[in-house]
Design a binder for this molecule. Structure first.
Ligand code: AMP
Length: 189
């Protein structure tokens, strides 16, 4: 199963992807987590990405694609994967299509979690208080939502045209959202 989780920051992509990972036994690949790992290890990529991430902007397409390509080449991703946080703009959507065609692993489904921006601001404020992620600062979240609306939201229309997009109501109990997602994935399988 090859799944993309799509949605605004704080829409629950990471949480739901982590649940599905054990259901399907495939890795959860979050470009945000991979980038945070590089920042924590002070790699060259991490040094380049740190300030951009803290400002809530997008890291350059080339850097993220190279990192993703390396991750998808690992053995555990051969049976499938759950992508979270990629693609984030139309250039990345095209790049992903080309990469997956090259490795013979086309996407099965793109799940878009719909959560109103008010609820997202609340969720990120809570995460900021609990985890202290600099980009969850309410001011930065507003900027990230603007980046999402301008650059990332058009990717939904792209996958709607390819027939791979399924929209899910991301509001409500965690287990109810998971059940909606599982039903969508089962009908795409
Ligand atoms: P996330 O954990 O997915 O919200 O990502 C945290 C931050 O990492 C984002 O605000 C971006 O700065 C960066 N990032 C994650 N994924 C991407 C991507 N696909 N393209 C560019 N930047 C990304």
């Amino acid at each position: 199963m090859r799944i993309v989780f799509f949605g605004a920051p704080g829409s629950g992509k990471g949480t739901q992807a982590a649940i599905l990972k054990s259901t399907f036994g495939i890795p959860h690949i979050s470009t945000g987590d991979l980038l945070r790992g590089h920042v924590a290890r002070c790699t060259e990529l991490g040094r380049k990405a740190k300030a951009v991430m803290e400002a809530g902007q997008l890291v350059s397409d080339d850097l993220v694609l190279g990192m993703l390509e390396d991750r998808l080449a690992e053995a555990d991703a051969k049976p499938g994967f759950i992508l979270d946080g990629y693609p984030r703009n139309l250039v990345q959507a095209d790049a992903l299509g080309a990469l997956l065609a090259r490795i013979g692993q086309p996407l099965d489904i793109v799940i878009k979690l719909n959560v109103p921006h008010d609820a997202i601001l609340e969720r990120c404020a809570k995460r900021f208080a609990e985890q202290g992620r600099k980009d969850d600062d309410p001011e930065v979240v507003r900027g990230r939502l603007a980046v999402y609306s301008e650059q990332t939201a058009p990717v939904a229309a792209y996958y709607s045209r390819t027939g791979q997009l399924v929209e899910i109501d991301g509001v409500g109990e965690l287990a109810s959202v998971t059940a909606r997602i599982l039903a969508a994935v089962e009908s795409a399988a």
